[in-house]
Design a protein around this ligand. Structure first.
Ligand code: UD1
Ligand code: CA
Length: 468
């Protein structure tokens, strides 16, 4: 109580444990940086932590600390997280209990603490908000999120008294066969009264084959000091999945993908075959678009309304306007404006802007180029470093010869030009407005507006058949 008789306001700090090496991943990359749904694992827990509106977020780092810090700061920037983030350096990987001991200065700043693991990306905001609410309503000293799993292997098991009170958590590495048969597990997410947590922390001893300090021992210590421990059983057990190896990583990927596709479907997108469709966590698709089977949408891909994408498409960081049709094609780091038709078998590479109402078709590759309004590259062409303005038809098998072995050069094709089949455009070169190139022309010099050129090397062509 303070002088005017009110309790001091409760404040909560969220602590994310992310210092572990992740030995079981067998990887040079720190575990929490492994991507799931196109984002590093730690992105998910950081976002949920922020949504809980804590006073501050602490992240315990150790293994590859700088890389983890950099990524956390990048995520905070991307997601507009303005809450203070404090990094705590765990000097030695002595276990989750030791990671929390190292965080005491951070924990002291608030009256409540929520402790989360960086390797549990599926935990939902709803469950953690309920955990916090129940903890506060019931005025427990510690409340943990648990789940009943068909296969509890690898998790800490929850030991309860005959009347159902939580007694302690036993880690699998030190569990008896009878304890290991318990299927209620610890999610690794807890709420603590900071005073009770601090009182017990110093007493956690080293245990198990690696002589680690298990944070989970804290519960029994809190209880022994007369504290009350509560458990909140998750109603969606799959959310507690902790990722320790790449088999679990693949399981998490599948679940995040399913959640993502369900979100898209419920917002008005038809996904014909969710089992063969993948969408990363940041993908956006507009209403009444249809995603056909065997389609992978990666990164910041954004698709407009009434599009058809697939079957067999790979889009990565692609911005697609409304009413586009993309089939059996790859589209990366570029923009497709509205009402375009792409594919089958097109490769639209980075830095392209296609359309509106343009067509890139069968076996055509386009790189760092602009294909203007209504223009067509329908068959077997390579277009690189080119500016193709509106209403241009590029005949089958046309190539922009953009590379001289040292440097890339630009090709410009002005509005209304007609490029004959098999034209080689030796860059740098400009084809003028409404100019025409004959089939098989090798264009080594600029073509004036309205002129027709033919041959090798291409020369202006007069209608009476004489070369001009
Ligand atoms: C832990 C829990 C287990 C629970 C499971 C849920 C302990 C002892 N056990 O087991 O009860 O069922 O999570 O997924 O906590 N970490 C550090 N520093 C360290 C060691 C670990 O920061 O020295 C971090 C890791 O980066 C990780 C978290 O703590 O984010 C959990 O460590 P991990 O080794 O994955 O524990 P589990 O064996 O999965
Ligand atoms: Ca884990």
């Amino acid at each position: 109580m303070n002088r005017i008789g009110r309790k001091p306001a409760r404040s909560t700090g969220v602590l994310i444990l992310a210092a572990g090496q992740g030995t079981r991943m067998e990887s040079a990359l720190p575990k929490v940086l492994h991507p799931v749904g196109g984002r590093p694992m730690i992105y998910y827990i950081l976002r949920v932590a922020n949504a809980l509106k804590p006073a501050a977020i602490g992240v315990v780092v150790g293994h590859e600390a700088q890389a983890v810090k950099d990524e956390v700061l990048q995520i905070a920037k991307d997601c507009g997280i303005v809450r203070p983030i404090q990094f705590i350096q765990q000097k030695k990987p002595l276990g989750s209990g030791n990671a929390v001991v190292e965080s005491i200065p951070f924990l002291r700043k608030a009256t409540g603490a929520m402790v989360l693991c960086g390797d549990t990306p599926l935990l939902t905001y709803e469950s953690l908000a309920s955990l916090q609410r129940i903890h506060e309503e019931q005025k427990a000293q510690a409340t943990l999120l648990t789940a009943r799993l068909v296969h509890p292997k690898g998790y800490g098991r929850i030991l309860r008294s005959p009347t159902g009170d939580v007694l302690r958590i036993v880690e699998e590495s030190v569990a008896t066969p009878k304890e290991a048969a318990i299927n209620e597990v610890n999610s690794g997410a807890y709420c603590f009264e900071v005073a009770a947590l601090l009182a017990g922390l110093g007493e956690i001893g080293a245990k198990g084959p690696k002589a680690e300090h298990f944070l989970t021992d804290i519960l029994e210590l809190v209880r022994n000091k007369g504290g009350r421990i509560n458990a909140h059983l998750s109603s969606t057990p799959e959310e507690v999945l902790g990722i320790n190896n790449r088999v679990q990583l693949a399981t998490a990927e599948r679940i995040i993908n399913r959640r993502m596709l369900e979100r898209l479907m419920l917002s008005g997108v038809t996904v014909l075959d969710p089992s063969s469709t993948h969408a990363d966590a940041d993908v956006e698709v507009g209403q009444d678009s249809v995603i056909e089977p065997f389609t992978v949408l990666r990164g910041r891909t954004k698709i407009g309304t009434r599009c058809r994408v697939g079957p067999f498409c790979f889009l990565e960081n692609a911005q697609v306007g409304n009413e586009c049709d993309i089939r059996l094609s790859q589209v990366r780091d570029c923009r497709i404006l509205e009402k375009c038709s792409i594919g089958p078998y097109s490769n639209i590479r980075p830095e392209c802007v296609i359309g509106p109402r343009a067509k890139v078709g069968n076996f055509s590759e386009v790189k760092a180029s602009r294909v203007g309004f209504g223009s067509k590259v329908p068959h077997l062409s390579y277009i690189g470093d080119a500016e193709i303005r509106e209403d241009v038809n590029v005949g089958a098998g046309t190539v922009t010869c953009n590379y001289d072995g040292k440097q890339k050069h630009k090709t410009t094709i002005e509005a209304g030009a007609f490029i004959g089949s098999g034209t080689m455009l030796v860059a740098p070169v400009r084809v003028g407005k409404k100019a025409v190139t004959g089939a098989g022309a090798v264009v080594t010099r600029d073509v004036a507006d309205g002129t027709t050129v033919v041959g090798v090397p291409a020369r202006p062509f007069a209608r009476n058949g004489a070369k001009a």
